[in-house]
Design a protein around this ligand. Structure first.
Ligand code: GLY
Length: 375
C-alpha cells in the first residue's frame, strides 16, 4: 500500500490497488475545495458534465464549495438534492437521480459526484452504475462512517422491503476524496458511530492502529477533542486497511467478509430493536463486544484482549451492552442474515488484536451463552 504526499502539501493519497480499476483515496483538510483539481487529475476534461448528488443538510454546508470548485476547473456541473435517510434508500430515489441525469443529458463520459454520507454514496453510486450501463462516480464522503467504510470499495445499492442493500452493484469509484474538515458539522453521535468502524479496522488487521486508539482514550469520543493530526492518521490507516482488503478480494469471495466483524450480531441488534434505535455504528460496537465474547467462549481469544477492546469502545462513547432480546428471535434473525452460507451463520472472530478467523461451526447455544455475558 503506498501512502504518498500529493503536490498540495496537506493531501495524502492511499491507492486502492485493483488490477482492472485502481483508484486513489485522497485525504486531507481542504480537499473539498480541491475537488475540481482532483477530478482533473483523474483525466476528466474541461466541459465534462458532472452531476453532484447530495442531501439538503450537506448541501447547505458544502454544496457551494463543491460546485464552485468543479465549475472553476471548467466542468459543466449541476447539483441535485435528494432526501437521503435510510427510508429513502429505495429504487424510487435512484429514479430521481436518473431523471436528473436525463435532464442534464449525462453521457458515457460524464461523471456523478456523491457528496454526503453512506446513503447518498450508495444511491449515487448505484445510479452511476446503472445509467447508460455505467458511468464514472467520484465519492466525496462527509460522515466518518462513509469516509472510513462505505465510500471505499465499490459497494452501491438500495434497500428492498425484504432487506437492506438487497438491490445493488459493485461499481468502483474513480476517486474517493476525504476532507476531515467536513466532520466539523457532523452530529457528535454520528461521529462516535463512525469511530466503531475505525476500531473494527484495529481489531481485524491493524494492531498499531488499535494501540493508537487505546492511547487516545476518551479523546476518541468527539471531533472537538481529537487532535487534527490524529484524525488524519486515523483516516489514512482506516482507508489503507479497507483498501488492502478490497484489493485482495473486490467481490467478497472470501477475505472481504472480515469487514463484517461486529456486523453479524450488530444486524440482529438493528433488526430486533427496530432500525433507528441504534445507529449502524452503535450496533456494530455492540456486535464487536458480542463477537469478542463469543470468541472468548470458544477459547479462541484471550479475555484480557477482549477487555482492551471493551475499554476502547467505551472510551469512544459507544454502547457495549447486549440489549434484552428474546433468544429465539436472536437465533431466527441470525439465520435470516444475508451472509448465511449453506444454512451456517458465519462469524468473524478475533484470535488476537489484529487477527480474525471466519467460523461457521458455532452453535446457537454458544452464541446465547456469550450474549448472556454481554448484558
Ligand atoms: N462495508 C463492508 C464492505 O465494504 O465490504
Amino acid at each position: 500500500m503506498t501512502v504518498m504526499p500529493l503536490s498540495s502539501g496537506s493531501l495524502r493519497t492511499i491507492d486502492v490497488e485493483l488490477s482492472a480499476n485502481p483508484y486513489p483515496v485522497v485525504i486531507g483538510a481542504g480537499g473539498l475545495a480541491a475537488l475540481g483539481n482532483q477530478v482533473q487529475a483523474r483525466g476528466f476534461k474541461a466541459g465534462t458534465k458532472v452531476l453532484v448528488v447530495t442531501n439538503p443538510v450537506v448541501n447547505a454546508h458544502y454544496g457551494t464549495t463543491a460546485l464552485g470548485s468543479l465549475r472553476a476547473a471548467g466542468y459543466d456541473a449541476q447539483l441535485l438534492e435528494i432526501d437521503a435517510g435510510e427510508e429513502q434508500k429505495t429504487p424510487a430515489t435512484v429514479a430521481l437521480i436518473h431523471d436528473a441525469a436525463f435532464r442534464q443529458k449525462l453521457e458515457r463520459g460524464s461523471l456523478i459526484v456523491a457528496l454526503g454520507g453512506g446513503v447518498v454514496g450508495d444511491m449515487a453510486g448505484f445510479a452511476a452504475a446503472s445509467w447508460l450501463r455505467g458511468i464514472a462516480v467520484v465519492q466525496v464522503p462527509t460522515t466518518l462512517l462513509a469516509m472510513v467504510d462505505a465510500a471505499i470499495g465499490g459497494k452501491t445499492g438500495v434497500n428492498h422491503p425484504g432487506g437492506k442493500n438487497l438491490i445493488g452493484a459493485f461499481h468502483q469509484p474513480r476517486l474517493v476524496l476525504i476532507d476531515p474538515s467536513c466532520l466539523a458539522t457532523l452530529p457528535e453521535r454520528e461521529f462516535r458511530a463512525g469511530m466503531a468502524e475505525v476500531i473494527k479496522y484495529g481489531v481485524i488487521g491493524d494492531p498499531s492502529l488499535f494501540a493508537e486508539l487505546e492511547a487516545a482514550g476518551d479523546q476518541l469520543a468527539s471531533m472537538a477533542t481529537l487532535p487534527a493530526a490524529l484524525m488524519q492518521r486515523i483516516l489514512e490507516r482506516s482507508a489503507a486497511a479497507k483498501a488492502r482488503v478490497v484489493a485482495a478480494d473486490e467481490r467478497e469471495g472470501g477475505l472481504r467478509a472480515i469487514l463484517n466483524y461486529g456486523h453479524t450480531l450488530g444486524h440482529v441488534v438493528e433488526a430486533l430493536c427496530g432500525y433507528g434505535t441504534f445507529l449502524h455504528g452503535e450496533a456494530v460496537a455492540i456486535g464487536m463486544v458480542a463477537a469478542g465474547e463469543l470468541s472468548c467462549e470458544l477459547g479462541l481469544w484471550s479475555p484480557a484482549e477482549q477487555t482492551r477492546q471493551r475499554r476502547v469502545i467505551a472510551a469512544a462513547g459507544l454502547p457495549l451492552a447486549w440489549p434484552d432480546l428474546p433468544p429465539e428471535a436472536v437465533l431466527e434473525c441470525l439465520q435470516g442474515d444475508k451472509k448465511v452460507r449453506d444454512g451456517c451463520v458465519r462469524f468473524v472472530l478475533p484470535t488476537a488484536l489484529g487477527t480474525v478467523e471466519i467460523r461457521d461451526d458455532v452453535s446457537g447455544k454458544q452464541v446465547l451463552q456469550a450474549l448472556a455475558r454481554c448484558r
